[in-house]
Structures are given as structure tokens and as C-alpha cells.
Design a binder for this molecule. Structure first.
Ligand code: SF4
Length: 307
């Protein structure tokens, strides 16, 4: 019930109670992101503060919410004793809660052992929101989507490996093996005009590799002051036009092969809101995108788009 700075959550958590268990993002380096730049020092809130907030929410709100979202930017990085206390308190104080979720980077998942992830699932954590944004290794590196991992000898893996793509596949497999559901978020336009096709094709392949339960596509918005926007100012990055963004979306939907993923583009940043289940609704969604590309479907006006 007490929050520091701006709080972000996925659109599907609009009716959830949000517990701010961490402040900021432990990475805070992605070149397009300014969500937590007002909180440059990542910190954990104390277990005591989190438990007090949960007591207040249970008392004051009661069963008016069914889901709890643990903020901020990559809350999965919390140590196990914080997670165990928080999940235990949710189960005790809010027995009506049916889902606990948080944002997670690939490295947060990989930093936890298989047993730790299973323990979190047993205690009530159900869903991780992961934002690879792209499945193209060069785009991922330009976005700074995580550090270069170390090999078994503790040395940085060679740059020749697709280590950021691979870390997202490994993290997804580890999370799913522990019984955690996965929501994957991709960002149209993230490769710029230069890598637009590679970004879309790589993203489709990464969706197939991660096999998420939920899949969302957002559209990149360049935020003044971010490193990526400064690159744009130096003419080192250019967002694809509307046609290019829709073409990326088409490739993504047409080429991705998840087992069964609920797909949404209802985020305010998108020009074309879509919904369906993949692969079941692939043909219908692709036909809708084709109609939009041909100008037969109205798109969300620029003035109504948001971050
Ligand atoms: S991991 Fe997420 S919150 Fe952190 S800097 Fe990257 S996009 Fe922003």
C-alpha cells in the first residue's frame, strides 16, 4: 500500500493488488527503457515492510482482487528468504488470491536453481512476465537485454555465440520445468529499419523456442533521454514506418510455432489491437494484418497511442 516512485505492471494486471517488494530494476541498462531511471539505485524493501503492506491490503481491500503482482522491474531477483516470507504471507492473509506474478529477466531465472524455482511455484508464484523484446541476437545486444553470461570456468562466453537468445530459451525451459507459466513480450520496431526482418524472424523463432503460454507484441516508443533515442539523434537508429511495423507483426504471427499461446496486441502502444490463440487463430490474425496492410482496416490514431 506504500509505493516509491512510478509503478509499472502489465496490462493484464490492471485489477491486481501490487506489492512493491523491490525498488527499481537490478539491471536498469536496457537502452530503450526509462521506467526506473528515477530509481537509479536498485534496492529490496525489507521483509517487514512487505508483510505490513500485505496486512494492510488484506484488511483494507479484502477479496476485491484475485491476483497479486510483485513489483518492480525484475522482482524475481529477490533472495529466497524474501520470496518465501512474501508468498507465505499472501497464502495466509489472502487465501482468495489465485495468481501471484512478477517481471523476470532471463538472468533472474537462470540465477535460481531448479529446486528454488520449484519451491517458489509450490509456495504460490504462478506466472513470470519476460520481455526478450527480440529474438535477433544483434538487436538484443543493441538493446542491452542482459549481461554476457559466464561459462562453467567463470569466463565470459565467446561473442560469437548467440548468448542472449540462448539465455531466454534456457530460462523459459527452466521456468516451465518448474511449473511456472510464462508470458513473453516482444517489441515491434526494436531492430530499427536496419534489422527489421531479422528482428521479426528471430522473434518468431525465439517464440517457438520459449513456447510461452501468453504472448504479447508491443510497439517500441523512443523515449527522450534514453540511450536508444540518443542513437536515433545521431542517425544510428530509425524506427520502421507503420507498414514496416505491420510487416514485422505479420512475420511474427505467421512464423512463430508455440504449442498454445494466448496472443494479444492490446497494449496502448500498438496500431492494430489483435487477440486470439496461436496456432488456432493464426490464419484469421494474419488475414486481419493483411487487411490492415492493404488499408482496409482502420488503425489506432497516433494521438490515442500511449506507452
Ligand atoms: S530489465 Fe526491464 S525494467 Fe530493467 S532496464 Fe530492462 S526493460 Fe527496463
Amino acid at each position: 500500500m506504500r509505493y516509491q516512485g512510478k509503478i509499472y505492471r502489465p496490462p493484464s494486471e490492471a485489477r491486481s493488488y501490487i506489492l512493491q517488494a523491490t525498488v527499481g530494476c537490478s539491471w536498469n541498462n536496457c537502452t530503450y527503457c526509462d521506467m526506473y531511471r528515477d530509481k537509479p539505485r536498485f534496492s529490496l524493501r525489507t521483509i517487514q515492510d512487505c508483510l505490513e503492506d500485505l496486512s494492510m491490503a488484506a484488511e483494507q481491500l479484502g477479496p476485491r482482487f484475485e491476483k497479486v503482482f510483485i513489483a518492480d522491474g525484475d522482482a524475481l531477483c529477490m533472495p529466497m528468504d524474501h520470496w518465501e516470507s512474501i508468498l507465505g504471507a499472501i497464502a495466509e492473509l489472502m487465501p482468495w488470491v489465485r495468481q501471484v506474478s512478477c517481471y523476470a529477466m532471463a538472468r533472474n531465472v537462470l540465477d535460481k536453481s531448479a529446486e528454488e524455482l520449484q519451491q517458489l511455484r509450490r509456495l504460490g508464484l504462478k506466472l513470470l512476465y519476460m520481455g526478450p523484446e527480440s529474438g535477433d541476437e544483434l538487436t538484443l545486444r543493441a538493446l542491452a537485454k542482459g549481461p554476457r553470461p559466464l561459462d562453467s570456468q567463470g569466463r565470459p562466453v565467446p561473442r560469437t555465440q548467440d548468448y542472449l537468445v540462448q539465455s531466454h530459451i534456457d530460462a523459459a525451459h527452466r521456468a516451465r520445468a518448474a511449473g511456472l507459466a510464462l508470458s513473453a513480450i516482444f517489441l515491434l520496431g526494436a531492430g530499427g529499419t536496419e534489422r527489421s526482418i531479422e528482428h521479426a524472424e528471430g522473434s518468431a523463432a525465439l517464440i517457438t523456442g520459449m513456447d510461452p503460454d501468453y504472448l504479447a507484441a508491443l510497439t517500441l516508443t523512443l523515449i527522450p533521454g534514453t540511450p536508444l533515442d540518443r542513437t536515433r539523434e545521431r542517425r544510428g537508429f530509425q524506427l520502421p514506418d507503420l507498414y514496416g511495423l505491420l510487416r514485422e507483426l505479420r512475420i511474427l504471427v505467421d512464423e512463430a510455432r508455440p504449442t498454445r499461446a494466448l496472443f494479444r496486441t492490446n497494449h496502448a502502444s500498438n496500431y492494430l489491437p489483435l487477440a486470439g490463440s496461436l496456432p488456432r487463430d493464426r490464419a484469421r490474425i494474419v488475414a486481419t494484418i493483411d487487411a490492415a496492410l492493404a488499408g482496409r482496416i482502420p488503425l489506432r490514431p497516433e494521438a490515442l497511442r500511449g506507452l
